[in-house]
Ligand binder design. Structure first.
Ligand code: CUA
Length: 185
């Protein structure tokens, strides 16, 4: 039988399924169910899926929240290499707000290893990409939306933030950082 010509038997759906075709249907069904279960399993037990939430906000409202956290928990002013940004050390468990804009990630947070924080992300102008290494977080950040991720940094050191969505002439300079310290430091 050809796939181009009409079937020779017009009532083709009454013909028995060929064993080979039935086998492939069964394999496809089992495989699709396995992948479906895998999606749920990986979301819970895998280390790569972000369970992020997104809320509508405005640039002004978001910026005010970020400023409030910075005002409350800034411990020092950054060096030249730190763009003289505020170095902010909020208590474990708190909501921390990061702003993406042409072409910075602001401010610089100092977090404690093994502690969980609620990281909020939003952009002040265009869409940016937030990539945090070595935590392996990669998320698109839009203006007027508050993206929330729970993060628990599992190793101490300097984390790098890179914008990975093209955002204009200074895109390649849009980098930031985050410090993670061992508890008690
Ligand atoms: Cu911001 Cu590219």
């Amino acid at each position: 039988m050809s796939a181009i010509l009409p079937p020779s038997e017009r009532i083709w759906w009454n013909q028995p399924i060929d064993k080979l075709e039935f086998t492939w249907i069964a394999i496809a069904l089992v495989w699709s169910l396995a992948m479906f279960v895998m999606m749920i399993w990986w979301h819970i037990y895998g280390n790569q899926n972000l369970a992020n939430e997104t809320y509508k906000t405005t640039k002004e409202m978001y910026a005010a929240k970020a400023q409030a956290v910075v005002d409350q928990y800034t411990v020092r002013t950054g060096t030249e290499a730190e763009k003289q940004f505020p170095i902010v050390k909020p208590p474990a468990g708190s909501d921390i707000y990061m702003i993406g804009r042409l072409w910075d990630w602001w401010p610089i947070y100092e977090l404690e290893q093994g502690k969980t924080y609620k990281l909020h992300l939003s952009a002040m102008d265009y869409m940016h990409g937030f990539s945090l290494q070595p935590q392996n977080i990669n998320i698109q950040v839009h203006p007027n939306y508050d993206h929330v991720i729970k993060i628990t940094p599992n190793q101490a050191g300097v984390y790098s933030i890179v914008c990975n969505e093209y955002c204009g002439i200074g895109h390649h300079t849009m980098v930031g950082r985050m410090y993670v310290t061992k508890g008690g430091e």
